[in-house]
Design a protein around this ligand. Sequence first.
Ligand code: NDP
Length: 410
Amino acid sequence: MSVAKRRVFDAGFAGMIVGLPLLTWYFAVSFAYHDAKLVWPDGAFWSRVEAPSPTTVGLYVAWVAFQAALFAWLPGRTTTGIVEQSGQRHTYRLNGLAALAISIAVAVVAVASGLVPGGVLHDHWGALVTAANLVVLVGCIGVAALGRRQATPEERQLNWLEAYTAGACRNPRIGGFDLKFFCESRPSMILWVLIDLSLAAKQYELHGAVSNAMVLVCFFQILYVADYFWFEDAILSTWDIKNENFGFMLGWGCLVWIPFSYALQPLYLVHHPEPLPWWGAVGVFGLNALGFAIFRSSNLQKHRFSSDPTRKIWGDKPEYIETAHGNRLLMSGWWGLSRHSNYLGDWLMGLSWSLTTGFGRVLPYFYPIYFAILLIHREWRDNKHCAEKYGEDWARYTERVRWRIIPWLY
Ligand code: NDP
């Protein structure tokens, strides 16, 4: 890599380390003090960012430790992951659904017994955002140091900034504890659920009722997370697990970005308890159901096909390309309509979450806007990866399946 290109990359990494936490603080201040308006952040705005308190940092660390204990010790079905760069194939215990259920139960008992108020995560949002950012920024130094020791010779060529930001190695582990698999799901997705429940509790505390919009968005998001854990073995074959190194980008994305930016719609609804009209509620529900059906069935088609290529799809024998690489490329069902219908379904669900907030503000729509960019970039990157991996076979596949994400449109 040329020196100039290296400098651009390093500037990009440094920009992410500074810019991404700023974005979460922007949301925290805008939602708490500006009614979720898109305001220009001046000095007075940033002065509202909450400093980390020992209590919130301690709470966040305790949360991650609690999830780590559940991850390590709860019983569950075991499965094997993909063959890694080292040639090893690790075993994983799938106990995410049990961890989710136990975490919700512990939270309900803590609130019902009066130990903590239901709206606690709303009331300490700003300080928690700061605490999570701080813990992850510092924790990633340890992850980079550990990853450096477990890196391949090629990965050891990365400079420290890149090793910290993009990750020093693919799957850093402490003994059998896979840091990436753990962070991808447990302290992130489960915290998102608890945040949703806490926001609904706060709306009830303030207004004496939970609006239909709040019920819908919490139901949609909790269903999304429960579904994620129900098909937990499928996480092991996602792009992130297979192809990404684990460092700040993925770690921060999971531990800070998911819980504190995916819940912006219910956060907005806390102070906007106006009900959706019945037709709005039905429309939003229908859109979510459509997105969920496309997302779940397309992911399942590929997942099941990989273990049983004879299993019928939409009533017919699946069509596929037997690649020179040894894998099969599915061309039936959703995978014959576009190359990533699963992204379309996922995005439609995200849009339905934001529609529960009405049309008063742009910021509650941040998720579908950001997610569209992420998925378009992801598809582009995956296409490049598959073109390199499958060569001529991928060209045959893309000739047959022309649409990238949205059949007949994109
Ligand atoms: P996919 O599950 O679509 O996996 C892509 C991989 O599948 C390719 O790299 C290739 O891998 C294989 N593949 C591609 N086409 C075919 C085919 N026709 N037949 C057989 N195998 C094929 O992508 P992701 O891992 O990116 O996403 C998984 C899910 O996670 C999606 O539903 C996505 O929406 C969701 N997601 C959600 C995010 C969020 O923040 N909410 C973020 C990112 C993803 P191989 O090399 O094995 O052939």
